[in-house]
Design a protein around this ligand. Structure first.
Ligand code: ZN
Length: 392
């Protein structure tokens, strides 16, 4: 982020200089044109056609000299501007790391005969998941990628979400209607019906919206009382002659804002319901990789000592990275929080019934016969209920 701000500062400098020079150049050019025009008019009025008097000749000569000087000044300004612009390029080089090769010494393995097809499949799968069938088809045909499933559930969800972003909730409503029983405790149905009611108010009039609200809203009245009141009040600003709405209704009255919010909720709820990951494997890997790269680059620079290098095995990360809310959980290694040891095949990580994870040795040490008290939450459970976790 600091890097972006640094470049932005240099960019702002270049832009303000550009605007200043552009304004001044326009002014100077106009001034020159006016002077030339003025002299030409005077010459015409004087009725001179062939030879100029000495006085006129010196006036023309003076003007030419003045214009030449101004033109020279303008070209100097232009050269300076060029230097400022190229400074932005240098600033980008200075603030960002261009070469990550040292961090991923095995990056070329993406191109090996075994890995390239996997990479290509992941890209095609990602495209289909995002609902970009045409792009995916072209890639599959041109690269000759075998065995990529073209129709996937996520692509259908993605199309519903895209329609929502465009302000059209009908596809998402149809999906939610088919899943009504599963969505009983979800905010999604109300969010979609509210969007549809406000859409109707705009397209078919407030009467149609009220009619729709009467049919759909009662089922959600108990859970969403305040939001429901706000939605009904928002209808008052949907008539053609209505004055501008107060600021806190702007969100409800903007189909795109409402659509973007509904689309996010839709993807989240649908993925949870269908047990789908909200990110494709490729998107997940890119997100996790992007987060980890700067830290990895720093540590790689510091770890030049031979002993340190030797301690870092090639297929694991020597640091923990917080991937934030959308990053999901990615682990390449597991260290037991109780024994403070890295898990191994002999001592694998075990997931307790409550969701906390400790190593098997720690589990055996903590277990008292058929009872085990979780060291974190302290839920009582049986050690036999713990399940081994596999990292792949
Ligand atoms: Zn626990």
């Amino acid at each position: 982020m600091d890097s972006c701000l640094g470049v932005e500062q240099d960019l702002d400098k270049a832009i303000s200089k550009f605007n200043f020079i552009s304004e001044r150049t326009d002014h100077v050019l106009q001034d020159m044109i006016d002077q030339v025009e003025h002299l030409r008019r005077e010459l015409a009025e004087d009725g001179i056609d062939e030879s100029l008097s000495h006085e006129w000749a010196s006036m023309v000569k003076d003007l030419i000299t003045a214009i030449k000087q101004l033109a020279l000044k303008m070209s100097t300004d232009h050269r300076e501007l060029h230097a400022t612009v190229s400074r932005v390029g240098k600033s980008i080089d200075r603030h960002f790391i261009a070469d990550y090769a040292s961090v991923a010494p095995k990056a070329e393995s993406f191109c090996s005969d075994t890995n390239r097809p996997i990479m290509e499949q992941a890209i095609a799968q990602h495209l289909y998941r995002q609902g970009l069938e045409e792009v995916g088809d072209t890639l599959v045909a041109e690269a000759g990628i075998p065995g990529v499933e073209r129709t996937c559930t996520f692509a259908a969800l993605q199309r519903c979400a895209a329609a929502l972003c465009e302000g059209d909730p009908s596809a998402a409503l149809a999906w939610a209607a088919r899943r009504a029983a599963d969505l009983q405790h979800s905010d999604l149905p109300f969010t979609l019906h509210r969007m549809q009611a406000l859409n109707l108010a705009r397209t078919e009039g407030v009467g149609a919206a009220i009619e729709y609200a009467r049919r759909q809203f009662p089922a959600h009245a108990a859970r969403h009382e305040r939001q429901l009141q706000a939605a009904v009040c928002a209808l008052a600003w949907c008539t053609p002659a209505a004055p501008p709405a107060p600021p806190h209704y702007h969100h409800l009255l903007s189909p795109r804002a409402l659509g973007a919010e509904a689309a996010e909720l839709f993807i989240r709820e649908a993925c949870a319901l269908l047990q789908l990951a909200p990110l494709s494997p490729l998107a997940g890997a890119v997100l996790a990789g992007g987060r980890v790269l700067p830290a990895l680059h720093d540590i790689r620079n510091k770890m030049t000592h031979p002993h340190v290098i030797a301690a870092w095995s090639d297929d694991e990360l020597p640091l923990e990275v917080d991937l934030g809310e959308d990053g999901g959980g990615y682990h390449s290694v597991f260290a037991c929080p109780i024994l403070r040891q890295q898990a191994s095949e002999q001592n694998p990580p075990m997931r307790l019934l409550c969701g906390h994870v400790i190593s098997r040795d720690a589990l055996n040490k903590l277990a008292m016969g058929v009872k085990l008290k979780c060291p974190y939450c302290p839920m009582e459970q049986s050690p036999s209920e713990a399940r081994q976790i596999y990292f792949s």
